[in-house]
Write a protein that binds this ligand. Structure first.
Ligand SMILES: [Zn+2]
Length: 298
């Protein structure tokens, strides 16, 4: 959907509520308390009243939009901008574009981002690439260290060829840590997992339940990057997009918020060919659990 088309389609509060109602209750409005389907609409209050338990609620009740003072049109515009920005968009940019305060913009971005995660993740299979990268921070001055020896944040990437990308913030690159990501994301009957020759991987595979015969390594330390089909180029291309996002757009991402940025990145990446990304994001927002400001800033 083009920007003008979106602005036209969702130009009023009523139009925004209408699509949100359809996305939240595709089978018809249902009382959040008692699941009653018989409700009446109180037009002046923009609320529904349950015929069974008399609970009054709006389409926004119990969602990330709850208690918002910001017009829904602005929520929609911000969501659109976040969906369109391949490398992410900063709260500053949203602040300027929508003419709202920085604090509002920051909170808005985080609420939208919180909805950009997958609740039920299927196990990945087929051909999988796994690698780790380092973002944020700087190497300690005067020490020519890079990668595994710096104070940067560690990101583990798992990508199924022709399939999904997942990225996680990891506390270290020990085999036990990597093994946990494998167990939680990779099916035991995966065809092959491809990694570089970093020493943690063979132990991680063993602990993660992946048979030795299904682990292929590419000898990066020996300067080899592609051996026929054995390479980690597709997960690395996702890392480079992440780095351009972190360096160019978010400037510095605190370790606390890094997992949310990674979810946002993967959410958008995995839907890059989906023409309904915007509507899909709205659906996640209207059905995702509430994120309170207290929880965000704790
Ligand atoms: Zn009810």
């Amino acid at each position: 959907m083009a920007l003008l088309e979106m602005l036209e389609k969702y130009s009023t509060d009523e139009k925004c509520r209408e699509i949100l109602t359809k996305l939240r209750w595709p089978e018809g409005v249902t009382c959040p308390r008692c699941k009653e389907r018989k409700v009446c609409y109180l037009e002046s209050r923009k609320q529904f009243e349950c015929a069974s338990c008399s609970y009054q609620f709006s389409v926004l009740t119990g969602t990330v939009f709850n208690d918002t003072h910001l017009p829904l049109e602005k929520w929609f515009a911000a969501t659109y901008l976040l969906c369109e920005a391949k490398k992410g968009i900063s709260a500053c940019q949203i602040q300027r574009t929508l003419g709202i305060s920085y604090k509002t913009a920051w909170y808005l971005c985080h609420r939208i981002r919180a909805a950009m995660n997958e609740v039920n993740k299927a196990m990945l299979g087929g051909k999988i690439e796994m690698d780790e990268t380092y973002v944020g921070g700087r190497a300690p001055k005067g020490q020519g260290y890079t990668g595994r020896h710096t104070k940067k944040e560690i990101v583990i990437g798992i990508r199924q060829r022709n399939g999904e990308l997942r990225m996680f913030h990891a506390k270290d690159v020990k085999s036990a840590t990597i093994a946990q990501f494998i167990r939680e994301n990779v099916s035991g009957d995966v065809d092959v997992i491809i990694t570089d020759d970093f020493a943690s991987y063979p132990f991680a595979m063993e602990r993660g339940g992946i048979p030795r015969t299904r682990h292929e390594t590419i000898n990066h330390s020996g300067g080899v990057y592609v051996m026929g089909d054995i390479h980690t180029n597709t997960v690395e291309s996702a890392f480079s997009l992440l780095k351009r996002g972190v360096m160019g757009t978010w400037h510095k991402v605190s370790a606390k918020h890094l997992p949310a940025y990674l979810d946002e990145m993967c959410f958008r990446f995995n839907r890059r060919k989906n023409p309904d990304l915007f509507t899909d994001t709205l659906r996640h927002m209207i059905t995702a659990p509430v994120l309170t400001f207290e929880k965000l800033t704790a």
